[in-house]
Design a protein. Structure first.
Length: 107
């Protein structure tokens, strides 16, 4: 994956996070990124008290190979994404695509 694309996804995630920070939200909610032993990634993004809360997200299960996979869902007001060691950008993209789709939904 080109460095430029990952940088863009990280910037968009930072922008989304910053837009949620209102003096209260960031004290209770946030983003957790950690490694898992498959090897791979786990990304949890709280969407409680954001415009995404209550917006439908269709679960994603992609199994290309033992090393190339992505699973994403929304559970308990949080986006939960898992992916192989080289799939972090794809997981971020799935979250960011959901953000973009949700902007068209009247709340």
């Amino acid at each position: 994956m080109p460095q430029q694309q990952m940088t863009n996804e990280l910037q968009l995630l930072q922008d989304w996070y910053s837009s949620q920070c209102n003096g209260d939200w960031e004290h209770t909610f946030g983003i957790v990124l950690e490694t898992i032993d498959n090897p791979g990634w786990r990304l949890k993004i709280d969407v409680a008290e954001t415009p995404l809360e209550g917006v439908t997200f269709d679960p994603v299960i992609i199994e290309r190979s033992a090393a190339d996979w992505v699973h994403c869902k929304v559970e308990a007001a949080a986006f939960i994404g898992h992916g192989g060691a080289s799939n972090l950008a794809e997981v971020l993209s799935l979250f960011l695509d959901w953000v973009e789709r949700a902007r068209g939904v009247a709340v």
